[in-house]
Write a protein that binds this ligand. Structure first.
Ligand code: NAD
Length: 472
């Protein structure tokens, strides 16, 4: 698609107030592939006003009609899946096969799920002598990151629309093109003017203006814990609702009774996918001391199949990181891991052999990682896996729960009951049991500093609703 040089506000593309632009760079070629306007506080204000004006009409629209618009949005996204995949590969650098399956495929599934939920959700219930209504929370400010750029937009926009809310989206600087494509799909779906508005721009300008706007009812933010903490504090001061989806340092716990080969292979794939730029990635693999050496060997062999390459090729499994700063940050963690005494069993600092341009790092596996090392505590957001040794089940649980985060995780065991019993003791929002598949209807969100609130399914819808009771 051709980038738009304006903002999508009140149902159409209108010129930005300022002249500043954000260049969009392909992280594999390092070439600029387009530019979008860098919004200002005035653009944000115009978008919030449009959303406010559209709220009464959309909130009063029957849920069945809202469901029909969301179904049309799903169809518009489904019809453009190849274009979505190519756009995300161009601006994020993820391999085209992964872009097709995940970056383009999952948003269609999530939009479809909300078409169903909007049609069937009980927006009214009877409690004794009361009628209890689930009403839209109002005007929503949505701020999203670049790592799953369309999924994170749809995970906010679809439930907001289903609830009867109107919204203003500020997408990440690195991936604004797929956000513009989403706005086109909203328009194609016949969603009324002003219900969805898009302001591209920098976090510190447009993002900060949106997060601090007095006429919003809810801020829904996905991004780093550092920014989320500030947004949460400001929302608290303004007594405004806030939903935060933040970072993670998830544990992949392989119990002694598990199928070790499958658990290690799946665990490596989980961390290498999207070049490790996944908030829920299982970046800490916990293995019993008796099986530890075998697991290290298997992990090193598995990671060797992730060869950095051109993300446009069907056969490529590992692309670059999103930008030069992210590459340097990840490389810094790899250096830090070696300095703190962890053993590099694959990869290591520096650029990989092969690609002559692009923000690549070497897919890296660390062994002999202590639970208190920086690489075991902080989110790296790159293709870097740490293997930690545990002595017994209680030790494994202590290590698994021993970070400030609690977003996701995995447990592998000989029986489902054994794995579930362990998972129930983990301080984390989602756990995949013996390789359980992604479920777009399951609530997703964090314990501890991984966030506040839940996305996806009916739990995700609840974030955008407030209740009113009428006593009869
Ligand atoms: P980031 O926090 O820097 O940026 C996220 C968004 O916030 C961007 O749109 C950015 O422009 C905006 N922003 C930045 N500063 C802002 C400010 N002061 N006020 C308002 N908005 C501001 O995060 P990132 O580096 O782009 O994304 C990576 C992080 O996101 C990782 O920590 C990752 O774990 C997290 N993440 C979490 C989830 C989840 O669901 N829990 C999903 C994806 C990513």
């Amino acid at each position: 698609m051709q980038p738009h040089d304006g903002m999508f506000i009140d149902g159409g593309w209108r010129p930005a107030v300022g002249t500043d632009v954000i260049d969009v760079r392909n992280p594999a070629t390092e070439q600029v592939i387009g530019a979008v306007p860098a919004g200002t506080a005035e653009d944000v204000d115009a978008a919030v006003q449009a959303a406010r004006a559209a709220l009464p009409g959309w909130a009063a629209t029957a849920p069945g009609e809202r469901a029909a618009r969301i179904a049309a949005l799903r169809d518009a996204l489904a019809a453009r899946q190849e274009e979505i995949a190519e756009t995300v590969t161009a601006e994020l650098g993820s391999p085209i096969g992964f872009s097709r399956k995940v970056h383009a495929g999952v948003p269609v599934a999530v939009a479809g799920s909300y078409a169903g939920i909007a049609a069937e959700f009980p927006f009214e219930e009877r409690v004794g002598n009361s009628r209890v209504f689930q009403e839209p929370v109002g005007v929503v400010g949505a701020i999203t990151p670049w790592n799953y750029p369309l999924h994170q937009i749809v995970a906010k926009a679809a439930p907001a629309l289903a609830a009867g809310c109107t919204l203003v989206l500020k997408p990440a600087e690195d991936t604004p093109l797929v956000a513009q494509l989403f706005a086109e799909a909203v328009q194609q779906a016949g969603v009324p003017a002003g219900v969805f508005n898009l302001v591209t721009g920098r976090g510190t300008v447009a993002g900060a203006a949106l997060a601090g706007h007095p006429d919003l009812d809810l801020i829904s933010f996905t991004g780093s814990t550092a920014v989320g903490r500030r947004i949460g504090a400001a929302a608290g001061g303004a007594v405004k609702r806030v939903a935060l989806e933040l970072g993670g340092k998830s544990a992949n716990v392989i119990l002694p009774t598990a199928d070790l080969a499958r658990a290690v292979r799946t665990g490596v794939a989980n961390v290498m996918g999207n070049s490790g730029q996944t908030c829920s990635a299982w970046t800490r693999m916990l293995v019993h001391t008796d099986q530890y050496d075998e697991a290290v060997e298997r992990a090193a062999a598995a990671v060797a199949t992730y060869v950095p390459g051109d993300p446009r090729q069907d056969t490529t499994r590992l692309g670059p990181l999103v930008n030069a700063a992210q590459r340097d940050r990840v490389n810094g963690y790899i250096v830090r891991g070696t300095e703190e005494g962890a053993t590099v069993v694959a990869g290591g600092p520096g650029a990989p052999d092969g690609p002559s341009t692009g923000y690549y790092v070497r897919p890296t596996v660390f062994a002999e990682v202590g639970p208190d090392m920086t690489i075991a505590q902080e989110e790296i957001f790159g293709p870097v896996l740490s293997l930690l040794r545990y002595q017994d089940t209680e030790d494994a649980l202590r290590i698994a729960n021993g970070t400030v985060y609690g977003l996701a995780g995995a447990v592998w065991a000989g029986s489902e009951e054994e794995a579930v019993a362990f998972a129930r003791r983990m301080e984390t929002g989602q756990v995949d049991i013996n390789g359980g598949r992604f479920n777009p209807l399951a609530p997703f969100g964090g314990y501890k500093q991984s966030g506040v609130g839940r996305e996806l399914g009916s739990h995700g819808l609840a974030e955008f609703l407030q209740t009113k009771s009428l006593q009869l």
